[in-house]
Design a protein around this ligand. Structure first.
Ligand SMILES: *[C@@H]1O[C@H](CO)[C@@H](O)[C@H](O)[C@H]1NC(C)=O
Ligand SMILES: *[C@@H]1O[C@H](CO)[C@@H](O)[C@H](O)[C@H]1NC(C)=O
Ligand SMILES: *[C@@H]1O[C@H](CO)[C@@H](O)[C@H](O)[C@H]1NC(C)=O
Ligand SMILES: *[C@@H]1O[C@H](CO)[C@@H](O)[C@H](O)[C@H]1NC(C)=O
Ligand SMILES: *[C@@H]1O[C@H](CO)[C@@H](O)[C@H](O)[C@H]1NC(C)=O
Length: 249
């Protein structure tokens, strides 16, 4: 009995210590940053990069979920009317995982106090996403429904993220992510042609060799998808984040 109690205590105590250490690390990382100081933005820029080792674990005691991988259970995008209009579609991505934050680097950071907003740019040598998809569209008068799995790897990829708080402390966060640059990508979509392998292989080659041609068209789609996913994740992780505990006036 005592042995079991001892083990339980050790586990509980062990967890508390580990969690406490993570929070302490966060306190340390932000300790030099003063809101009133002229180099505040520079300080936060450095702090964001110093947080990287924490991305795979998150900050459990503050309900900040791990960032690497990032997971999103459901992202939906609609254009027009998927049942009738030309070019209308509905795309649902489920069980999305995103890898690569730990090796990313914040390259610019700016606080926009007036608009309750922060804006930062980030560079990823390699960022990969995968998940399941469901696609509904009206193509040439025929309904097209298909589902399968997909993955996407972006190389030397930069993005700029703005996070705006709507309302006071505890208000919702709105996230907008814009792609700045992609040096290369590879993308695979299974079953897009209902298992017709030849078409699928052709599409695979076309996507991977000609993505730059189609990029202006898919760029807003990717921006929207990523922004939607991040709005949810940020709401969940950072809406009630006690920022004032870490950043002093
Ligand atoms: C979601 O993806 C993970 C791995 O990426 C997998 O282990 C899990 O079974 C998937 N869940 C569902 C509901 O498909
Ligand atoms: C990414 O950038 C690095 C360093 O600038 C370069 O060596 C590498 O070839 C680039 N990779 C791709 C896929 O463009
Ligand atoms: C881009 O990626 C594709 C697929 O991985 C590869 O075949 C191609 O050589 C790459 N191009 C460059 C410029 O790195
Ligand atoms: C991406 O998907 C393709 C086709 O489904 C699969 O063959 C490949 O192994 C996947 N790549 C990664 C890195 O998951
Ligand atoms: C997060 O906030 C946005 C913007 O107001 C809202 O549309 C979205 O539904 C919220 N998501 C969650 C999970 O609270």
């Amino acid at each position: 009995m005592q042995v079991i109690l001892g083990v339980i205590f050790a586990i509980i105590f062990g967890c508390v210590t580990v969690f406490g250490q993570v929070e302490e690390q966060v306190v340390d990382i932000f300790s030099d940053c003063r809101k009133s100081a002229p180099d505040f933005d520079k300080c936060i820029h450095r702090a964001f990069n110093d947080l990287r080792p924490l991305f795979p674990i998150g900050i459990p005691e503050l309900n900040v979920a791990p960032f690497d991988p990032h997971r999103s259970p459901y992202v939906e995008q609609r254009r027009g009317d998927a049942r009738g209009g030309i070019g209308g579609f509905r795309l649902i991505l489920t069980n999305v995982s995103e890898h690569g934050w730990t090796n990313s680097e914040v390259t610019k950071y700016k606080t926009d106090v007036e608009n309750n907003r922060i804006v930062y740019s980030q560079f990823f040598p390699e960022k990969s996403l995968d998940g399941e998809y469901m696609f509904k569209a009206q193509a040439f008068g025929n309904p097209a429904n298909t589902k399968g799995i997909w993955n996407l790897t972006l190389y030397n990829y930069s993005q700029t993220t703005s996070v705006t708080r709507i309302g006071g402390p505890g208000g919702l966060l709105k996230v907008r992510v814009e792609i700045d640059k992609i040096e290369n990508l590879s993308m695979h979509i299974s079953n897009f042609f209902g298992g017709r392998t030849v078409l699928e292989n052709i599409a695979d080659v076309v996507i991977n060799s000609m993505w730059q041609t189609g990029f202006p068209i898919i760029r807003p789609l990717i921006n929207d998808l990523v922004s939607t996913a991040f709005t949810d994740i940020f709401n969940e992780s950072f809406r009630y984040f006690p920022l004032d505990r870490f950043i002093k006036d």
